[in-house]
Design a protein around this ligand. Sequence first.
Ligand code: SF4
Length: 88
Amino acid sequence: MPRYEVTIEKDACDGIFACLTRDPRFVEGADGLAKIDPGADPVYDCEGSVDDDAERVVATFDDDRLEEARQAATACPTDAIVVEEVDG
Ligand code: SF4
C-alpha cells in the first residue's frame, strides 16, 4: 500500500467543497474551510493521522485510497490540496 500525505493549504482554500464529493474524508470545518477527518467516511473505516495548524492541514494515510485523494486534489478549483506519496 502506498503511504501518502494529503495537505490542504488554508490560504488557498475557498470553502467551495468540490473536494468533499470526491473523497468523503474531506469535511467542512467550523471555520468554513476544508478539513480532513479519517473517520468521516460512512462506508469505509479509515485510519490516518492529521496535523492541523494555522497554515495547513496535513494528513498521512497508509491505504489504497490514494486515487480518491488525488481526485479531490484535481477537483479543487484553487489547487489548495496537494497529494504526495511518501516513504514508509
Ligand atoms: S475544493 Fe479546494 S477550495 Fe474547496 S473546500 Fe476543498 S480544498 Fe477548499
